[in-house]
Ligand binder design. Structure first.
Ligand code: NAD
Length: 344
């Protein structure tokens, strides 16, 4: 039996507490040795601790260097700054790894197996913005600055290229908009091409594509891609598009990885429209938990979890509403636990 692994648990907002409870139950059924330290963030942090990222939460992750996180709500247009972005900055989680695989065959797109690697700390996403007042209109002009650095681009591209080599990926595509944002996304493209030429040539194929064409190609023929690596905002958008190819946001996990910590989560948000109804699909978070098990060198448990998800969805046909089924979160969780017990 492996030793105990301390890990921070952030239930989060909306459907977060429901799907996190489901994931914790399933991880316990697997015998995963996590010792959870439960902390708050997001809207729940504001409500209970007066801060969307309270110091106690930061302290916990500093100690554990590992977290499983539910979605955190961020108000649009105004209000507090995203606690997801603050977490990424606090722990320098520069790589966002988002694999997407078809789990239920027979959908609009079959046999999808795509990995999106998104730069997580730079670009237009950093939220350095302001308004300029003209006459009596305080919002007459809106301005935003994007920042991409050579060093930031290189460490992310290196992460992606190393992942490609370690996981036997055949092709990596750099997605950019260097025809228009020549400096901001040109630096990312240029750094990627240089890095490939210097250290990775012959180990996989490298291609480049402009973001708008990439979006179209992903819908027309997603199988032409293997791994996509891109800047922060493009990665944010494309990873949701890719989630749509494999059945929606309920199916795609994400890992935020840095030098000093790793935080695992679903790609989706807090889904306020279905929160509290017990109908959320916990699959994406379960798959994030499987990535967390891999990260902690527990690949046999990760495989058992992925197999249980596959059987619950496809053999037992226990599916939540977003997948066209009628199962509740609790029923799906019970189906997973039964499959895990059967695979012991
Ligand atoms: P969302 O992902 O919460 O929901 C989009 C749609 O997908 C909704 O119809 C929702 O019901 C559905 N959906 C999402 N997850 C589902 C699941 N597990 N099972 C079934 N259906 C699911 O996106 P949104 O509505 O744009 O954002 C809501 C809030 O979440 C916002 O405050 C946003 O900032 C936040 N958000 C947080 C994260 C994060 O914490 N990583 C990511 C994205 C959005």
């Amino acid at each position: 039996m492996p030793h105990t692994i301390p890990a921070t648990l952030i239930p989060g907002d909306g459907i977060g507490p429901e799907i996190i409870a489901a994931a914790v139950e399933v991880l316990a059924a697997l015998g995963a040795p996590f010792a959870w330290d439960t902390q708050v963030a997001g809207m729940e942090g504001v409500r209970t601790a007066g801060d969307s990222l309270p110091p106690k939460t930061i302290e916990s992750i500093k100690k554990t260097r590992l977290a499983l996180k539910g979605p955190l709500e961020t108000p649009s247009g105004g209000g507090f700054r995203s606690s997801n972005v603050r977490l990424r900055e606090e722990f320098k989680l520069y790589a966002n790894l988002r694999p997407a695989r078809t789990l239920i065959p027979g959908g609009r797109f079959d046999n999808i197996d795509l990995v999106v690697v998104r730069e997580n700390l730079e670009g237009l996403y950093i939220g350095h913005e302001h308004y300029i007042q003209i006459d009596d209109d305080p919002h007459a002009v809106a301005m935003a600055s994007g920042v991409n650095t050579r060093q930031g681009s290189r460490r992310l591209l290196q992460f992606a290229f190393e992942y490609a080599v370690a996981n036997g990926r055949q092709k990596v595509t750099i997605v950019h908009k260097a025809n228009i944002m020549k400096a901001l996304t040109g630096i990312f493209l240029e750094t990627g091409l240089e890095l490939y030429e210097r250290n990775y040539q012959g180990r996989f194929v490298l291609e480049t594509v402009i973001i708008d064409a990439c979006a179209m190609k992903l819908v027309l023929n997603p199988w032409q891609f293997d791994m996509l690596v891109t800047t922060n905002l493009f990665g944010d958008i494309l990873s949701d598009l890719v989630a749509g190819l494999v059945g929606g946001l309920g199916m795609t996990p994400g890992a935020n990885i840095g030098a000093n910590a790793a935080i695992f989560e679903a790609v989706h948000g807090s889904a306020p429209d279905i929160a509290g109804k017990g109908v959320a699909n916990p699959t994406a978070l379960m798959l994030a938990a499987a990535m967390m098990l891999d990260h902690c060198h527990l690949p046999h448990m990760a495989t058992r979890l992925r197999n249980a998800i596959n059987h619950a969805l496809n053999t037992d046909k226990v599916r939540t509403g977003d997948l066209g089924g009628r199962a509740s979160t609790a029923e799906f969780t019970r189906a997973l636990i039964a499959r895990i017990a059967g695979s012991a």
